[in-house]
Design a binder for this molecule. Structure first.
Ligand code: KIV
Ligand code: ZN
Length: 505
C-alpha cells in the first residue's frame, strides 16, 4: 500500500490574504463546502485574531463543515492562541496552527531575538496550545533560510512540547527543489523524535518552484502538503492544489504516495475561486487552464484520434472537465422548464436555493431568447453572476440607457432599485459609455471607489456569445471584485460594477 500524503488547503487563509482576494463570509462557506467535496484533509479557515470577520468565518466553518480537520492560524502568543481556540473549539476535528519565524533575517530584523529566545517561545507556546487542543501544527516560518542545525533543534523541541505536525515553510519561495528535499532529509536524519509528528511543506511560488519543491519534500519523507486552489496566495502564490495532486496521481509510479482528493471536483473548485476572487487563470495554466486539454496542431489531433494517450497524460474527465467545457455540447433550449434546468444545475455540481434557481432560470430564458445555442459554460457564467451578488443585493439594475460615439461626449442615465425605491443617476461625462455608467452609479450610491482593473472575455464562441466582465475597484484601501455576464458587454460591465458596489456596502 502507498503512503498517504495529507492535503492541507490554505486558500481561505494564505490565499485570501493576497490583495484583491478578500471573500465575504458566504463566499468562504461556499469555498469550504467545495473543499469538503474535494475531500481535502485539512481546511485552514482563517487567522482568527486578525479581524472579527476572520474570527466569525473560522467559527462558522468549524460549526458547519464536516469531514476535514479545520485549522486556524495563530502567532506564537497566548492571546492569539486563545482567540484561535475560541473560534475552532466547536469543530469535530480542530487544529491549532501556530507559527514563529526561525531564520536569521526574521530573528534579527523582525523580532530582535536570539536563537535561544525564539526556541523558548516556540516550546512554551506549543505546550500552551497543546493544553487546549490535542491537534497542534507548528510552523517554523522561513525555515528554508534557517540554519539547518538550529532548525532541527526547534523541530525536535516543538515535537517534544506536543506538536503533532511540524511545517517547514519556504515562506519567500527561495529554495531549489533538491536543496529543499535535502532539508527535509536532514530533519529525518537528525531529529530524534521526528516520527512522532507529520512533517509538512508550505512552499511559495516566487521562483515558480512551489510545486517542484513540495514534491521534492514528499519524496524525502514529508507527508503533508500545504496548497491553495489555483495557487492563490501572497505575492506569486502558494503551491497549487491541482498541480501537486495531479502530479502525485499521474506519477505515483515514481513518487509512490497517494492523496485522498476527489480529483473530479478540481475543475469546479478552480472555477469557483476564479469567480469569487475575479482572478483569472492563464489559458496555458497546468491542469485547469482553458487550453490544458485542447489540441490544436494537426499532428496532435491525428494522434489523439488514433489514441488519446499519444498526447494526453491525464484524462480531462478525472479533473471534472466535461466535453462541453472543451467547446461542444448544446444543453438546453428556450423551451426547457424549471425541472430540466434545475436537473442540469445539479449535474454541473451546483447547489442553489430556490430564489437563486429562479433568478438563474430567468436569466437563462432571456439568454436562450437571444442566443441559438446555450452551452454549459453559459449556464456557469449565469450562476457565477447570480451567486456572486449574494442573497439580497442592496441595489439592482432597473434601466440603463446611454449614447456614445467617436465624435460625441458619452451620456448615461441609470436607474437602480433599492428595495421599492427607484433611484436615478445621470452623467454627461466619461471616457466612454462604460465609464459614464459607472459614474452614474457612483452618483446614486454615493460610493467613492477607484477602478483598478477591468477585463472582458467571451464565455463561448460566436457573435451572440455571452461576454463576462470582471471589475476590480479600490475603496478605503480594500480591493473588491465583481463579475457580470450578458450578451451586451455594456450591460455586463454595469452588472460587474454594481456587484462591486454591493460588496462594498
Ligand atoms: O508562508 C508561510 O510561512 C506561512 C506560515 C504562516 C505557515 O504562511
Ligand atoms: Zn504562506
Amino acid at each position: 500500500m502507498k503512503d498517504k500524503v495529507k492535503i492541507f488547503d490554505t486558500t481561505l487563509r494564505d490565499g485570501e490574504q493576497c490583495p484583491g482576494a478578500t471573500m465575504t463570509l458566504d463566499e468562504k462557506i461556499r469555498v469550504a463546502r467545495q473543499l469538503a467535496k474535494l475531500n481535502v484533509d485539512v481546511i485552514e479557515a482563517g487567522f482568527p485574531i486578525s479581524s472579527d470577520d476572520d474570527f466569525e468565518s473560522v467559527k462558522t466553518i468549524s460549526g458547519e463543515i464536516q469531514g476535514p480537520e479545520i485549522a486556524g492560524l495563530c502567532r506564537c502568543v497566548e492571546k492569539d492562541i486563545n482567540r484561535g481556540w475560541e473560534a475552532l473549539k466547536n469543530a469535530s476535528n480542530p487544529r491549532l496552527h501556530i507559527f514563529l519565524a526561525t531564520s536569521p533575517q526574521h530573528r534579527e530584523f523582525k523580532f530582535k531575538k536570539a536563537q535561544n529566545e525564539i526556541l523558548k517561545m516556540a516550546v512554551e507556546m506549543t505546550q500552551y496550545a497543546a493544553s487546549l487542543c490535542p491537534n497542534i501544527e507548528f510552523s517554523t516560518e522561513d525555515a528554508a533560510r534557517t540554519e539547518l542545525s538550529y532548525l532541527a533543534e526547534v523541530v525536535e523541541a516543538v515535537i517534544a512540547a506536543g506538536a503533532t505536525t511540524v511545517n517547514v515553510p519556504d515562506t519567500v519561495g527561495y529554495a531549489m527543489p533538491w536543496q529543499y528535499g535535502e532539508t527535509i532529509a536532514y530533519l529525518f536524519k537528525n531529529v530524534k523524535n521526528i516520527n512522532d509528528a507529520v512533517i509538512s511543506t508550505h512552499c511559495h511560488n516566487d521562483l515558480g518552484l512551489a510545486v517542484a519543491n513540495s514534491l521534492s519534500a514528499v519524496v524525502n519523507g514529508a507527508r503533508q502538503v500545504e496548497v491553495a486552489i489555483n495557487g492563490l496566495g501572497e505575492r506569486a502564490g502558494n503551491c497549487s492544489l491541482e498541480e501537486v495532486v495531479m502530479a502525485i496521481k499521474t506519477r505515483s509510479d515514481v513518487i509512490n504516495v497517494e492523496t485522498s482528493i476527489n480529483t473530479k471536483e478540481i475543475m469546479p473548485a478552480s472555477k469557483l475561486i476564479r469567480q469569487i476572487t475575479g482572478f483569472a487563470v492563464a489559458p496555458n495554466k497546468a491542469i485547469v487552464g482553458d487550453n490544458a486539454f485542447r489540441h490544436e496542431a494537426g499532428i496532435h489531433q491525428h494522434g489523439m484520434l488514433a489514441n488519446r494517450t499519444t498526447y494526453e497524460i491525464m484524462s480531462p474527465d478525472d479533473i471534472g472537465i466535461h466535453p462541453e467545457d472543451l467547446g461542444g455540447g448544446l444543453v438546453l433550449g428556450k423551451h426547457s422548464g424549471h425541472h430540466a434546468f434545475k436537473k442540469r444545475l445539479e449535474e454541473l455540481g451546483y447547489e442553489l436555493n430556490e430564489t437563486e434557481v429562479n433568478r438563474a432560470l430567468k436569466q437563462f430564458k432571456d439568454l436562450a431568447d437571444k442566443k441559438k445555442k446555450v452551452y454549459d459554460e453559459d449556464i456557469r457564467a449565469i450562476i457565477d453572476e447570480v451567486t456572486n451578488v449574494g442573497a439580497k443585493p442592496t441595489y439592482t439594475i432597473d434601466t440603463l440607457s446611454y449614447t456614445s460615439g467617436n465624435k460625441q461626449t458619452p451620456e448615461a442615465t441609470v436607474k437602480l432599485k433599492k428595495g421599492d425605491e427607484l433611484l436615478e443617476g445621470k452623467t454627461s461625462t466619461g471616457d466612454g459609455p462604460v465609464d459614464a455608467i459607472f459614474q452614474a452609479m457612483n452618483q446614486i450610491t454615493n460610493i467613492e471607489c477607484e477602478l483598478i482593473d477591468y477585463s472582458i472575455r467571451s464565455v463561448t464562441s460566436g457573435r451572440e456569445a455571452l461576454g463576462e466582465v470582471t471589475v476590480k475597484v479600490k475603496s478605503k484601501e480594500k480591493i473588491y471584485s465583481g463579475v457580470g455576464a450578458s450578451t451586451d458587454v455594456i450591460e455586463a460591465s454595469a452588472k460587474a460594477y454594481l456587484n462591486c458596489i454591493n460588496r462594498i456596502l
